[in-house]
Design a protein around this ligand. Structure first.
Ligand code: ADP
Ligand code: MG
Length: 688
C-alpha cells in the first residue's frame, strides 16, 4: 500500500471535525501530509540566556521549571497556567492562556525550551503562551528551525507539526522514484531524507539541498510527462504536405506589404514541418502586432492548395477575432480558394460570401468540399466532422483549454493533423520549457516596418481634462480611440471604473458631440460584430470596452488608448491591450489612469512607460505577480507544482535534460516506482 493511499486516521486519533478541516486543506492521506510543505521557517535554533533577552524579540531559552500553578480565570472562564523557571542564573515567567493541557504535560523539574516574544514586567521577563518542547523529547516546536505551515483557524501550527512529525516516521518506507544515477550525479538527498529536512531541518544546508531535490523531482515528472507525450505523439502519422511554391509566391507578392524576415523564417520552419509524415506540434510566439495571422494563413493555403487539397481549420477564442480573420482571408487569399473557405461560429455560417444553413455547411465540411474553416469554440461543440483535416491552427492558444485543443485535433479520423498554435504572450525560454515541454517554438521578434513605438504615459488625475483635450484633437484628425475599463458594471466595494458609467460620462459630459460605441461581453455576438465592423470602418471615433478587446483585434486607425483603473491589470495584459494601437505609421499613445494611487502600483505601471518589449514585461510580471496570473497556467502542468516555481531556472534546465535522457534511453522501464508514477501521469497527460 502506498503512503499516498493511507488515511491520516491511521496515524493518530483524529476527530471528525479535524478530519474535515484537514480534508478541506487537501490533506487526506499520509502522503498529503508529507507533501504539505512549510511556507517559511522561524529560526529558533539559537538558544539565549535570560540575561540576553530583548523586549518583543522572538527568542528561545532553555530553562528548568521551578514552580507551576494552574488557575481558572472566573471572569474569562479560561484556564491559566503559570510557570516560574530558571536557566541557572536568572528567572522568568511563562503564562499560557486557555491551554489546559500545558499544566498536565509540564511538571516541576522539567527542562524545557521556550520560544516566544518576551516582555519585561515588574523586572521579570515574561513569555506569553510561548511554544515549548521538553528537552528530552525530539523538539519540533522550539529550539530549532521551526516550520510554519499554511494552517487554518481551527487547526493550529502545533497540531499540524505534530501530525507531520508522525507522518515522517513512515517516510523511509517510500521507495525513492528518482533514478539512482540522478541522485548520485546531482548529489541529491534520498526522498525520505529530503522530506525530513524540508519539514524539520537540522541545518540550513540540509534545507537547501532538500528543497532543490524536491523542486527537481516535481519538474522532472513534468518534463517526463512531456517527453512521453512527445514520444507517443511522434508515433502517429500525418499527411505530408508538399510545399506549394508557386501559389505561395503569388499570394505573398500580392500582399500590400512584404513579409518581415522573421515572418519568412517562421513560415519556412512551418512548411518544413508540414512536409514530414510525423505530426507538427509548433508554437509561434510573437509579440502583439508582429503579424502571426498572415503566416498562419499561408500555412493553411499550403494545405488546401493544388496537389495537397487537404482541409485546414483555424480556431480563434472570440467571435470578433474569428470574424476578423475571415475578413483577412477575403483580402489575401486568391479568389479561387476563397470559394472553399467557410466561417463557422455560434451564430454565423458562411461559405465563400453566402450565408447558408448550418447543417448544409457541416455537411460540406464532412464531404471535403469546404477546405478552410475559420471558427470559434463552436467548431468543437457542434457535430463538425472533417473529410481530410491536415492542419489545425489555434490562435491565441493560451485562451483555450488543453482539452479543447485536443478535441479539435481529434476531429481527423485518419491521420493526426499537424498542429500550429499562435500566442502573443511572450514567454522567456525557460518558462516555455516548463509550460510547453517539448513543443517546437518559432519566434517572430521583429515588428513590421514603419511601426512607431507606442508612447505610454501614466497620467495623474489632475491632468485628466488635458488628456481629453488631446484626444479631441486627434479625433479631429480622423484617428480613433479605445477606452478600456476593467468592469461592466460599477462595483461599490472596489472602486474600479466600469464601462457603463464611463460610457455615460464620456457620452453625456466629455464628448457630447461625438459618437461613442460600447462593447462588453454581455452583448449578443451579432451586436459585437456589427460594432467592431463599424468601428473598423471609422463610423464612430471612440469605443469604450472591457477586456473583450484584449486579444488580436486589429483596427489600424486607432492610435489612442485610455486604460482606466490600470492597476487592476497585469503588465502582460496591459501590453496586450496597447497592442491594439500603434498598427500604422502614425504616433500612438496609451494613457494609463489609476483609481488607486498606491506607490507600489505606480512603480509597477511605470514599467509600461519604460519599455515596449513584451518579453521584458512578461518577466517583470512574473516576478511581481506569479505565473498563474500571466500565462493562464491553470490549464497547464504548472498547477501541479507544489514547491517548484517558474523562477527555478536551474532546476528546470536540469529536469529537462534528465527527462530526455531517461525517457529516450527507456530507463524508466527498469525503475519500477518511476514507471508506476509515469503511468499515473500518463493518464492525465496532455499536449499543449
Ligand atoms: P498578431 O501577430 O498580433 O496576430 P496580426 O497578424 O493581426 O498581428 O497583424 C497585425 C497587423 O499587421 C495586420 O493589420 C497585418 O495586416 C499587418 N501586417 C502583418 N505583417 C506585416 C508586414 N510584414 N508588414 C506590414 N504590416 C504587416
Ligand atoms: Mg493575432
Amino acid at each position: 500500500m502506498q503512503l499516498a493511499e493511507i488515511s491520516i486516521k491511521k496515524l493518530h486519533k483524529i476527530g471528525q471535525e479535524k478530519a474535515k478541516i484537514l480534508a478541506k486543506m487537501g490533506i487526506k492521506t499520509i502522503g498529503d501530509l508529507l507533501w504539505h510543505f512549510p511556507w517559511r521557517y522561524d529560526d529558533l535554533s539559537e538558544i539565549k540566556d535570560i540575561s540576553q533577552l530583548e523586549e518583543n524579540v522572538l527568542t528561545t531559552v532553555r530553562v528548568k521549571i521551578l514552580s507551576l500553578k494552574t488557575l481558572r480565570s472566573w471572569k474569562r472562564k479560561i484556564t491559566i497556567t503559570e510557570v516560574l523557571a530558571s536557566d541557572g542564573q536568572d528567572q522568568l515567567k511563562a503564562i499560557w492562556f486557555g491551554q489546559k493541557f500545558v499544566g498536565q504535560i509540564l511538571k516541576v523539574g522539567d527542562e524545557i525550551f521556550l520560544s516566544g516574544r518576551p516582555s519585561l514586567k515588574n523586572n521579570l521577563w515574561q513569555f506569553s503562551s510561548p511554544a515549548y518542547d521538553k528537552v528530552k523529547v525530539i523538539n519540533i516546536h522550539s529550539a530549532r528551525l521551526v516550520p510554519i505551515y499554511h494552517a487554518s483557524f481551527d487547526l493550529s501550527q502545533k497540531q499540524l507539526r505534530f501530525l507531520i512529525s508522525l507522518a515522517l516516521k513512515h517516510a523511509p518506507k517510500i521507495t525513492d522514484p528518482l533514478p539512482v544515477e540522478i541522485l548520485n550525479q546531482e548529489k541529491y538527498p534520498y526522498l525520505h531524507e529530503a522530506l525530513q529536512a524540508i519539514h524539520f531541518p537540522e541545518e540550513e544546508t540540509d534545507l537547501i539541498s532538500a528543497t532543490k531535490r524536491l523542486k527537481f523531482q516535481e519538474l522532472f515528472y513534468l518534463q517526463c510527462k512531456y517527453q512521453l507525450a512527445k514520444k507517443d505523439y511522434l508515433q502517429h502519422e500525418s499527411w505530408p504536405l508538399i510545399k506549394q511554391d508557386k501559389i505561395l509566391k503569388e499570394t505573398i507578392a500580392n500582399l500590400a506589404f512584404s513579409l518581415t524576415s522573421d515572418q519568412n523564417k517562421v513560415l519556412d520552419e512551418i512548411l518544413l514541418d508540414l512536409k514530414q509524415s510525423k505530426p507538427m506540434n509548433r508554437l509561434v510566439e510573437g509579440d502583439v502586432g508582429s503579424g502571426k495571422t498572415i503566416v498562419a494563413i499561408l500555412a493553411a493555403l499550403n494545405t488546401i492548395a493544388n496537389q495537397n487539397k487537404f482541409q485546414a481549420v483555424l480556431m480563434a477564442p472570440t467571435e470578433i477575432l474569428a470574424q476578423q480573420h475571415w475578413q483577412t482571408i477575403q483580402k489575401i487569399l486568391p479568389k479561387k480558394y476563397q470559394a472553399t473557405c467557410a466561417l463557422l461560429t455560434k451564430d454565423q455560417h458562411i461559405l465563400a460570401d453566402k450565408p447558408l444553413e448550418k447543417n448544409d455547411l457541416v455537411k460540406k465540411i464532412k464531404t471535403g468540399s469546404v477546405q478552410f474553416i475559420i471558427g470559434t469554440h463552436a467548431l468543437i461543440q457542434d457535430k463538425v466532422d472533417f473529410a481530410k483535416l491536415a492542419l489545425v491552427i489555434i490562435d491565441e492558444q493560451h485562451r483555450f483549454g488543453v482539452r479543447q485543443r485536443q478535441a479539435l485535433q481529434q476531429k481527423s479520423k485518419f491521420q493526426v493533423p499537424h498542429l500550429l498554435s499562435l500566442t502573443a504572450t511572450p514567454i522567456p525560454r525557460t518558462l516555455a520549457l516548463t509550460l510547453y515541454g517539448d513543443l517546437d517554438i518559432s519566434i517572430i521578434k521583429e515588428k513590421p516596418q514603419g511601426r512607431k513605438d507606442i508612447k505610454t504615459i501614466l497620467v495623474p488625475e489632475r491632468k485628466r481634462q488635458a488628456a481629453y483635450q488631446f484626444i479631441k484633437e486627434k479625433i479631429t484628425l480622423g484617428q480613433q480611440v479605445f477606452v478600456i475599463c476593467p468592469l461592466i458594471d460599477e462595483s461599490d466595494t472596489l472602486g474600479y471604473k466600469s464601462v457603463t458609467t464611463e460610457y455615460k460620462k464620456l457620452n453625456e459630459e466629455i464628448f457630447p458631440d461625438l459618437a461613442i460605441g460600447l462593447l462588453h461581453g454581455k452583448l449578443k455576438s451579432e451586436e459585437k460584430i456589427k460594432l467592431m465592423a463599424d468601428f473598423k470602418a471609422n463610423k464612430f471615433p471612440i469605443l469604450v470596452a472591457t477586456s473583450v478587446i484584449e486579444v488580436g483585434v486589429d483596427i489600424p486607425q486607432a492610435t489612442l488608448m485610455i486604460i482606466e483603473s490600470a492597476e487592476r491589470f497585469g503588465l502582460s495584459q496591459l501590453h496586450q491591450f496597447r497592442g491594439r494601437i500603434g498598427r500604422n505609421s502614425l504616433s500612438s499613445y496609451c494613457l494609463l489612469f489609476t483609481s488607486n494611487s498606491s506607490h507600489l502600483e505606480k512603480e509597477r505601471l511605470k514599467a509600461m512607460t519604460q519599455t515596449n518589449n513584451g518579453f521584458e514585461l512578461a518577466e517583470l510580471d512574473l516576478n511581481l505577480r506569479g505565473s498563474g496570473e500571466i500565462f493562464g497556467t491553470k490549464q497547464s502542468g504548472l498547477m501541479q507544482l507544489k514547491i517548484a516555481t517558474l523562477k527555478d531556472t536551474e532546476e528546470i534546465k536540469k529536469a529537462q535534460i534528465w527527462a530526455k535522457k531517461i525517457i529516450q534511453e527507456e530507463k524508466y522501464q527498469t525503475n519500477k516506482p518511476l514507471q508506476k508514477l509515469l503511468k499515473n501521469l500518463k493518464t492525465e497527460m496532455h499536449l499543449e
